[in-house]
Design a protein around this ligand. Structure first.
Ligand SMILES: CC(C)(COP(=O)(O)OP(=O)(O)OC[C@H]1O[C@@H](n2cnc3c(N)ncnc32)[C@H](O)[C@@H]1OP(=O)(O)O)[C@@H](O)C(=O)NCCC(=O)NCCS
Length: 145
């Protein structure tokens, strides 16, 4: 197993810049999208999580508070060189432990269709019909933790 360490990092810190670079590489570039300042300005009150291997950020995720008990899991990304090795699953379980520490009881997310099986294995359930977001099919998914 790869020696990975997970951490919560401050919005606007140098590691946040690394988080953004990874999210761009994994989530935006393949779709031909770019970041715009208004995307990031809404993130100041979110929880930012990273996974590092040998001081390089290879996993990233954002947890956006929706209510006092509900958080939205967003921007889940694992570097392509490290995918399909169990890191994403470990990272989501770490995120759930962080959510519990902040007294959140429920997590929701918009899963890309290709990632639905990944989240289902981790106990997330589809809610409602398939919909389009950034021009690709998604399902809303939820889990009580
Ligand atoms: C989706 C994503 C976050 C998953 O992260 P990951 O590290 O690849 O996830 P895991 O390795 O834990 O699990 C992925 C698959 O590998 C398999 N796997 C888990 N451990 C494994 C191991 N040790 N060896 C080989 N395969 C393994 C799992 O069975 C899983 O299969 P599934 O997709 O059918 O459920 C990652 O692939 C990614 O960043 N994808 C691109 C961006 C994206 O789609 N993000 C989600 C937006 S909603």
């Amino acid at each position: 197993m790869i020696d990975i360490s997970f951490a919560e990092i401050p919005f606007g810190s140098p590691l946040y810049s690394e988080e953004i670079k990874l999210r761009d590489l994994v989530l935006r570039v393949p779709l031909g999208l770019e970041f715009y300042p208004e995307d990031l300005a809404t993130e100041y009150d979110s929880i930012h999580l990273i996974g590092s291997v040998a001081n390089s950020v290879i996993a990233a995720m954002v947890l956006k508070p929706i209510t006092q008990t509900l958080v939205k899991m967003r921007q889940v990304a694992v570097h392509p060189d490290f995918q399909n090795q169990g890191i994403g699953g470990e990272f989501v379980r770490y995120a759930e432990s962080v959510c519990k520490r902040y007294n959140y009881t429920d997590i929701e997310l918009h899963a890309r269709l290709l990632a639905c099986d990944f989240y289902e294995r981790l106990g997330y359930r589809k809610v409602g019909e398939q919909f389009e977001e950034i021009n690709i099919p998604h399902y809303k998914m939820e889990k009580s933790i």
